[in-house]
Design a protein around this ligand. Sequence first.
Ligand code: HEC
Length: 106
Amino acid sequence: MKKMVLSASVLFIFASTVFANDGAGKKLFQEYCWGCHHETAMAFGPSFESIANKRTPQEVMAQIADPDNTYKSLGYKTNSMPAFNDLNSSELKALTDYIYKFKDKK
Ligand code: HEC
C-alpha cells in the first residue's frame, strides 16, 4: 500500500513537471505576446502557426531577444516589435516550444 502511494506521487510529480513546462510557454505568451500575436490568426504581427512553419527555433529566439538585429534578415523593412531581453534562456525556450506547437503536422 505504501509503495502504491509512493509511485502514485512520483507519477504525479512527473506529470506536473511535464505540464508545467507547457503551461510556462503559454503563460509567457499570454503575458507578453498576445496583444500582437495570436496562435493561429494574423494579428498586428504574424501568427505563431505561420512563424513555426517558416522559421527555425534559432531565428525565433533571436527575434524575441533582439528584433532590432533580426528583422532585416527575416525580410522586414522596419522593426515594430519590442525586445524581450529580460527573458532567461528557459523562458525563451518555453516560448519557442509553445510557438512550435502550432506548426502544421504533415
Ligand atoms: C507590440 C507588438 C508586439 C509584441 C508585444 C510582440 N511582437 Fe512579435 N512581432 C510583432 C510584429 C509587428 C512583427 C512583424 C515584424 C515587424 O513588423 O517588426 C513581429 C514578429 C515576430 C517574429 C518573427 C516573425 C517572422 O516573420 O518569423 C517572432 C518570432 C515574434 N514576433 C515573436 C514574438 C513573441 C514570442 C512575443 C512575446 C514574447 C512577441 N513577438 C511580442 C509585434 C509584436
